[in-house]
Design a protein around this ligand. Structure first.
Ligand SMILES: NC(=O)c1ccc[n+]([C@@H]2O[C@H](COP(=O)([O-])OP(=O)(O)OC[C@H]3O[C@@H](n4cnc5c(N)ncnc54)[C@H](OP(=O)(O)O)[C@@H]3O)[C@@H](O)[C@H]2O)c1
Length: 353
């Protein structure tokens, strides 16, 4: 394994959130390279930003982690963030960007998300980043015309945009994470379990990933960027049916996975557009993985899985129940404050984003 003493400067957006905070952690603890991390947040004294600093306090003391305050909507401010990042890194140290964009909500307008993602790609090209890693979502293959989630379609367009900038030397890599295991957490998680139990086909699988592992994969891609430049990686630990998921939970905790009553679940599925769309999307994703309309999936999955070991749902659940080595997410990191996939209970219950 090659070791370099030259610190690499990386800007992480969404740094106080689930994937971003995990990426910050794994970069700062990388055995391969030394990194200086600039963690972007809108509010440096928010509870999430303070948690991030507290968790990585040794890196803060060593001057290797700094909070950078800016809103992605502030284009001039973001340009200054890039200028400062390049100046801080110097000619050899300025290295790259991990771009995570917040989810606006089911059915919400994804135009700001798309605009901010394109801006980050543009700035990465302008400032000659050696690595621009854009985290999107698992796609249903190349045919996304009927996809119901605006954010999905926006992410796909931005993927294509990054690829087009690749012709002008943007050093991009794309991570397509599966369904976060954290989606099964808490009250909204119980609703998700019920809705997916009821709505998923008997043999249909969900592609699962712990958000902590997305950050780990991102750090691994930075470490070996030449290999992953201009590649798409699916970040999925395993594809499992709902019966397999609930059995794994029971095995890990000895308790049944919390869920709503079948009657309430059927009511939700009948009247709630948001949950209907999630079920539709996951069934669709399963279908394209098996019917050949997403032929690149296996190759992208293999690429993602070879970066580092990824936790199965069973082991992730076990580790949460009896944490041995607290990860950024189990240690209270990540922006779980807004509930399931950044949705409020009210939004989910009413189907309004
Ligand atoms: N949940 C799933 O199953 C799933 C699956 C695949 C992909 N995804 C995608 O994952 C992404 C969300 O990742 P996540 O869950 O890790 O994020 P998250 O925990 O929801 O955190 C959101 C982050 O975005 C930052 N942020 C929000 N608005 C901002 C703005 N205007 N300017 C600057 N920063 C801003 C927040 O920072 P501050 O609040 O500190 O400013 C926070 O760090 C979404 O794009 C979603 O589509 C989710």
């Amino acid at each position: 394994m090659s070791t370099s003493k030259q610190p690499r400067t990386v800007l992480v957006t969404g740094a106080t959130g689930k994937q971003g905070s995990a990426c910050v952690h794994y970069l700062l603890h990388s055995p391969e390279f030394a990194y200086n991390v600039l963690a972007l947040t809108r509010k440096r004294d928010s509870p999430a930003a303070r948690r991030l600093l507290a968790r990585e306090d040794s890196s803060v003391e060593a001057g290797r982690l700094s909070i950078v305050e800016c809103d992605l909507a502030d284009e001039e401010g973001m340009r200054r963030v890039f200028e400062d990042a390049r100046a801080l890194g110097g000619e050899n140290g300025w290295f790259g960007v991990f771009a995570v964009l917040a989810y606006a909500g089911l059915g919400a307008d994804a135009a700001p998300e798309e605009k901010h993602a394109r801006m980050l790609a543009d700035l990465s090209l302008t400032f000659s980043a050696s690595a621009f890693i854009y985290s999107t979502t698992l796609m249903p293959g190349p045919n996304i015309a009927d996809v119901r989630d605006n954010s999905h379609r926006a992410k796909y367009r931005v993927e294509k945009y990054c690829q087009s900038l690749g012709e002008h030397d943007l050093n991009w890599a794309i991570l397509r994470p599966g369904f976060f295991m954290e989606n099964f957490d808490g009250f909204l998680g119980s609703m998700a379990v019920s809705v997916l139990n009821e709505g998923m086909g008997t043999n249909a699988t969900i592609a699962l990933i712990a958000s902590d592992d997305i950050g780990k994969v991102a750090a691994g891609v930075f470490n070996d960027f030449t290999k992953y430049r201009h590649k798409i990686l699916c970040v999925v630990a395993e594809c499992r049916t709902m019966p397999q998921i609930t059995a794994a939970y029971k095995d890990a905790t000895t308790k049944p996975m919390p869920a709503f009553s079948p009657f309430l679940t059927r009511l939700i599925l009948k009247f709630n557009t948001a949950s209907q769309n999630v079920v539709w999307q996951l069934n669709r994703n399963d279908q394209v993985r098996s019917d050949g309309t997403y032929p690149e999936f296996d190759e992208e999955l293999k690429l993602g899985q070879e970066v580092c070991a990824l936790q199965s749902f069973h082991d992730w659940t076990l580790n949460r129940t009896t944490p041995r080595t607290p990860s950024p997410s189990t240690a209270g990191g990540g922006a779980t404050r807004d509930g399931w996939n950044n949705l409020s209970i009210w939004k989910f219950a009413t189907g309004r984003a």
